[in-house]
Design a protein around this ligand. Structure first.
Ligand code: T4K
Length: 371
């Protein structure tokens, strides 16, 4: 166990027998994609799990986000966060819109509504907040801003599958929420994603956009793309969904073990629990403040030397990417910049042994000045 490689996460998978049983019928039907029976069943299972009426499946979360932006017919500026994965901003830019970066809140690294409001102008069409690490954004404030300024609110909920607030699923907020079912997520379909949305009229449009804009056997009304989830991925989702609650419960145990070692340590900032929010324990971010006695990069190097692979999610800020050079000033979002320069996400997955968590924490603490 000492010398085992530990990666930042490990995909959850059902028993092989369960998956084989789930896909066996495909060998009878030879129907592998284009909204087949597994797609239909998985969509129904997800709607039930997420307590939503409107949901469309996609090949991945990124395509889902691009598709919903396009299906809403947006143009102009989108106010969003630089503290995210490349996908969020790239989707905005690839759809011909202009991203504008607001700052994040120091408590949970989600978009700060006050910072957003200051940036709204007549060209703004939407707000695109991200539920970072499964921390929910201030959904009430964004709903109010959306209403006050007549803006769409689209959540990047890639990290928030299975999260709820006062029993209300993260899929219910805003005009739409995008989920990622990538292999590295709490819930995966190998690759996959979904959009949940408020306006039922979007259902047909999204399903047509993801299938080349085809609206009938002899009609093609939009210049759509191809972003259909296939049957093998949908079957993986059906299986993994059965075990999701148990997976989240196991993650919670790992998360709490980390907390038992790192909470209250001078120079370490940890995510604060949000009142009324049921977390999915998707990531374990640690921010090494300047008085910890070692930098984030020192801690990263110490762990890597032992074949333990944390990740710097999210460093650098999107506003610092090479592909956006000259367009943004990271100093405009000082809280996001502070966190990105100091954050490390430690390994966290359902089957991570608690002894390994103890070992990781002793390496981390050994780097600090209290050691
Ligand atoms: N918005 C946000 C906020 C997101 O975080 C993401 C995705 C998206 C949008 C877009 O959703 P998708 O279009 O992806 O559905 C990973 C994932 O590729 C990406 O999905 C994810 N965010 C991002 C945070 O992380 P990398 O480049 O760090 O992945 P990689 O290949 O280095 O893998 C990380 C670790 O995961 C490995 O060390 C081991 C483990 N792993 C990885 C793979 C590929 C597995 O256990 N199994 C696997 O199959 O981006």
């Amino acid at each position: 166990m000492e010398n085992e490689t530990i990666l930042v996460t490990r995909s959850s998978m059902p028993d092989l027998d369960e998956y084989v049983q789930e896909i066996a019928c495909l060998w009878d039907t030879h129907w592998l994609t284009n909204m087949g029976e597994k797609h239909v069943q998985f969509e129904a299972d997800l709607k039930k799990y997420l307590q939503v009426e409107n949901l469309a499946l996609f090949t991945n979360g990124h395509n889902a986000l691009e598709c919903v932006i396009e299906a809403m017919g947006l143009s102009g500026k989108v106010i969003t966060t630089p503290y995210t994965f490349a996908s969020t901003t790239h989707a905005v830019v690839r759809k011909g819109l202009t991203p504008v970066f607001a700052d994040v809140k120091p408590e949970d690294y989600t978009l700060n509504p006050a910072s957003v409001e200051r940036l709204i102008d007549e060209d703004t069409c939407a707000i695109l907040p991200v539920h970072v690490y499964g921390n929910l954004c201030d959904v009430d404030a964004f709903e109010a801003l959306g209403r006050k300024y007549n803006l769409k609110v689209i959540y990047d909920a890639a990290h928030a599958f299975g999260v709820s607030r006062h029993g209300v699923s993260s899929a219910s907020f805003g005009d739409a929420s995008m989920f990622s079912f990538h292999a590295t997520k709490v819930f995966n379909t190998v690759e996959g994603g979904a959009v949940c949305f408020a306006d039922p009229a979007l259902k047909d449009v999204l399903n047509q956009w993801k299938n080349f804009g085809i609206t009938g056997t002899e009609s093609v009304e939009y210049v759509g793309g191809n972003a259909k989830m296939n049957e093998l991925c949908a079957a993986m989702g059906i299986c993994n969904l059965r075990h999701l609650d148990a997976e989240i419960a196991k993650r919670k145990v790992v998360y709490e073990r980390y907390m038992s070692h790192l909470q209250g340590v001078p120079g370490i900032t940890l995510p604060a629990a949000q009142p009324g929010v049921q977390s999915n324990y998707s990531y374990y971010p640690v921010v090494f403040e300047d008085d910890f006695g070692a930098t984030r990069d020192d801690v990263y190097a110490a762990l890597m030397a032992l074949d333990i692979h944390p990740r710097k999610y999210f460093y650098p800020l999107v506003s610092e990417y090479e592909c956006y050079q000259g367009r943004f000033n990271p100093a405009d979002t000082p809280v996001a910049k502070h966190v990105a320069d100091r954050v490390l996400t430690l390994p966290l997955y359902a089957d991570l042994a608690l002894e390994q968590v103890d070992r990781i924490c002793s390496v981390v603490l050994g780097c600090g000045k209290e050691a």
